[in-house]
Design a binder for this molecule. Structure first.
Ligand code: ATR
Length: 266
């Protein structure tokens, strides 16, 4: 039997074991997927080896450490500067990032959007930005602070700080911040956000599991809305296909059914 895991800290809330184990059961794959709380990212590789893992997903706060400790990095992960999947090739650890393709699959076709405004400049935002830029969508990124905007400017996005947001309309507005996850905050000043949402075709929130104030406002303003569920399922399905092969769309559909199982299964 193969053992796989998601590694991060905190990790108790991760839905990856639920999604991956469901797929193993549905497809009679002889494997188990567990969660490992790893406090010190320097130990990731050692822990992977010690548990004789066949593959792993790596989540916050260790995606940069996973990048540093892989033997080889996919071109996608190189662009994003972070790794969320380790797949084994012979005895080498190959670092991938499935978040960008997961996002692209979740809101395909991306080229239905001429331009997009992304709020947030963290890890999730980087992956989403690479997917948008590669699809040819004009991207503006706005963040409450300046420090992390540099990456986006270097990759061809226009960048803004929240106190001085762009003055134009956007087809797609994305919340890639954690605002609204545990509080009642919108990621940008509410009146500026209302203007963007009133003229947007779609509002997308990378958060899954709670309806954020951002998505509530988008609904009131008549935009089509989408939360992070499909991106979560697709990034998991792409990782699964790196571990075991298989059809990504079919596996993503199974992972989505796993997410809809009663909460007591988690
Ligand atoms: P992740 O990897 O999930 O994207 P992260 O790297 O911690 O998480 O990034 C969080 C993002 O949300 C950042 O852009 C952060 O802004 P800063 O760069 O200024 O820290 C943004 N963010 C977090 N809480 C926010 C809030 N209440 N309002 C607006 N932006 C917020």
């Amino acid at each position: 039997m193969k053992l796989l895991a998601v590694m991060g800290d905190p990790i108790a809330h991760s839905l990856s074991p639920l999604m991956h184990n469901f797929v193993y059961r549905q497809n009679a794959i002889d494997a188990v997927y567990t969660r490992l709380r790893v406090e010190n990212g320097d130990n990731l590789r050692e822990i992977f080896k010690a548990h004789n893992l066949s593959g792993a997903n790596i989540t916050l706060p260790h995606k940069e450490a996973a990048f540093a400790q892989a033997d080889e990095i996919s071109s996608r992960a190189k662009k994003i500067g972070a790794v969320n999947t380790w797949a084994k090739q012979s005895d080498r650890l190959i670092g991938h990032n499935t978040d960008a393709d997961g996002f692209a699959a979740a809101i395909a076709p991306l080229d239905a959007f001429k331009n997009a405004l992304m709020i947030g400049a963290g890890g999730a935002a980087r992956a989403i930005a690479i997917a948008l830029i590669e699809a040819g969508v004009e991207l503006a990124v706005v963040n409450r602070s300046e420090a992390r905007l540099e990456f986006f400017a270097q990759n061809g996005a226009k960048v803004f700080v929240a106190k001085n947001p762009p003055n134009q309309r956007f087809d797609l507005v994305i919340n890639a911040t954690s605002a609204g996850l545990k509080d009642d905050e919108t990621p940008l000043d509410k009146s500026a956000l209302e203007d963007y949402l009133s003229s947007a075709k779609m509002a997308y929130d990378a958060i899954y599991g709670v309806e954020t104030p951002f998505l509530r406002l988008a609904k009131l303003r008549g935009a089509e809305t989408k939360d992070g569920e499909d991106m979560l399922a697709f990034q998991g399905a792409i990782a699964h296909s790196l571990f075991f092969g298989g059809d990504v769309a079919a596996i993503a559909a199974q992972m989505k059914s796993a997410l809809r199982l009663p909460k007591s299964w988690r």
